[in-house]
Design a protein. Structure first.
Length: 148
């Protein structure tokens, strides 16, 4: 029987060739852009600060905030493009106060003029609608889904 010759197989490691580097770079860029889109438009993660929502939400807890729970909104104006659900009393929201601060409070009541009354669970330590007044529905950032 004859001898079989050795066959050399070329190997190219990903990231070694220029094409591989471009593909890896595109994948990283795509993942980064997808994460940014998710954070700005769909789901955000925030850290609770202050005692106003204790004992339900204690300082340092991680909040998972759904920005599309009530619908899809314009990024700057906050007006809904499509709205499939209305906020209800008892919902825990993240929103901008009339003073421009970010707050986490529970809806006490929604009023006909597209505003809501926001109250903290821990009344003695809560800076809420009793201090800054009613909050426009367009100030809602999102609804708190989970607390960890």
């Amino acid at each position: 029987m004859g001898k079989l010759g050795k066959c050399a197989v070329g190997r190219v490691a990903i990231g070694k060739s220029p094409v591989g580097k471009i593909a890896v770079g595109n994948a990283i860029l795509g993942a980064f852009l997808a994460a940014l889109l998710m954070k700005f438009f769909i789901l955000d993660i925030m850290i609770a600060d202050g005692q106003s929502m204790a004992p339900a939400i204690k300082p340092g807890k991680v909040l998972f905030v759904c920005k599309v729970f009530y619908g899809i909104r314009m990024p700057i104006s906050g007006t809904y493009i499509i709205q499939w659900k209305q906020p209800r009393s008892g919902d825990v929201l993240v929103f901008y106060t009339p003073l421009g601060e970010i707050a986490v409070k529970r809806i006490a009541e929604i009023l006909p003029d597209n505003t809501f009354n926001a109250l903290g669970d821990n009344s003695p330590y809560s800076y809420d609608s009793r201090n800054y007044g009613l909050v426009p529905l367009s100030n809602i950032i999102g609804r708190v889904l989970w607390v960890r």
